[in-house]
Design a protein around this ligand. Structure first.
Ligand code: ATP
Length: 354
């Protein structure tokens, strides 16, 4: 396995800047997830690392060696595509063997690698079948197997779970986590699904429009989002974000929005009278506890997801989303008090975290 370093990768397609000066390091054995909305450049970055697309600027370094001049087959990188790209006329065993045969690996080594990989993935009984005789989850495993059998330096996985139904995604996600522990491979994994990113990644790279917004461990991305894009993209339901201004008041510094005011803590005094945005996670809002920041609101909608409920509460023209327990019995149309501990507030100035 190997480490990966990207330095200043830029890629343009005509007037579209698909990637803008991307710097990234992935450690040996690390599971790194590229997360971002459709069109942010995730797949283009994988294609550049694999050598299938050529960057306009910057370099790809695998294990301290520049690989820009190497063709895809000489980079020792394995890619798993969203479509799996299995050969339909070949059996599972032939699909697994194909890449090795093309490299002229001796048959006895190929056979051994296929058996080892099939055992690892639990697909020993499927080796004689063709792809059309497999379920979606089995096909996904074969596609992973085709990458694993080569023992590459680096795995590039492009939305490999997106063709699976919701239940299967969860179980294959767990399998992938186990597999990563076993093989200790270096993985770069692309997804637009934040749950997948947060559960799988040792490190998450949040991208938008060809730029990296934050690189960090999942818990840091969630607890200390670097800017309003990351704050609103990560978390479901999304963080409540409101525009307003920091003003001085008898109690100290306050956030003054269009519809409500809140005490704020640990704000640099030079933000006084400056426009800011505040962010409040739905789970950081308590209902009627008489804490510091109480807001009088009216429940608009109660949404029940089984394990918990979400309350959409109105205050002026603003709507706040708050999380409550599954047994709480709130009804729409009722007035409630919401309280927010100032230490849980996220504050952004010019879009960046303060
Ligand atoms: P998705 O999640 O939808 O696959 P993505 O984040 O992987 O999206 P890319 O496929 O990398 O995004 O595309 C990044 C940008 O580059 C998009 O604006 C896309 O339209 C553009 N793009 C990608 N490939 C080409 C191409 N071959 N020619 C022209 N534009 C392209």
């Amino acid at each position: 396995m190997a480490s990966l370093t990207l330095k200043g990768i830029t890629k343009r397609f005509g007037n579209t800047i698909a990637l803008s000066n991307i710097d990234l390091s992935v450690d040996d054995g690390e599971f790194c997830v590229l997360l971002g909305p459709s069109g942010c450049g995730k797949s283009t970055l994988l294609q550049i690392i694999s050598g299938l697309t050529v960057q306009d600027e910057g370099s790809v370094i695998l294990d301290n060696e520049l690989v820009d001049h190497l063709s895809p087959r000489d980079r020792d990188v394995a890619m798993v595509f969203q479509s799996y790209a299995l050969y339909p006329h070949m059996t599972v065993a032939q699909n697994l063997a194909f890449g090795l045969r093309m490299r002229g690996i001796p048959k006895d080594i190929i056979d051994k690698n296929i058996m080892d990989t099939a055992n690892l993935l639990g697909i020993q009984d499927l080796l004689k079948r063709r792809p059309k005789e497999l379920s979606g989850g089995q096909r996904q495993r074969v596609a992973m197997g085709r990458a694993l059998v080569r023992r590459p330096k680096l795995f590039l996985l492009d939305e490999p779970l997106s063709n699976l139904d919701a239940m299967l995604r969860i179980s294959v996600r767990l399998e992938l986590m186990r597999l990563h522990k076993q093989i200790q491979g270096t993985i770069l994994y692309v997804t637009h699904d934040q749950v997948e990113a947060m559960t799988l990644g040792d490190k998450v790279v949040v991208m938008k429009a060809g730029n990296i917004h934050q690189i960090d461990r999942p818990e840091v991305i969630y607890n200390r989002p670097a800017d309003t894009f990351v704050a609103s993209f990560i978390g479901s339901p999304a963080m409540n974000i409101f525009k307003g201004k920091i003003v001085a008041d008898k109690k100290g510094l306050m956030f003054k929005g269009e519809d409500f005011s809140l005490n704020v803590k640990n704000i640099p005094s030079n933000l006084k009278n400056k426009p800011v945005e505040i962010g409040i996670r739905p789970e950081d809002i308590e209902i009627s506890t008489g804490a510091e920041n109480e807001l009088k609101t009216k429940i608009e909608i109660v949404s029940n997801v089984g394990s918990e409920k979400y309350i959409y509460a109105r205050i002026g023209s603003a709507t706040l989303t708050a999380r409550t327990k599954k047994d709480d019995n709130f009804k729409s149309g009722k007035d409630i008090l919401l309280s927010i501990n100032p230490s849980t507030l996220h504050i952004f100035y010019n879009g960046k975290r303060v």
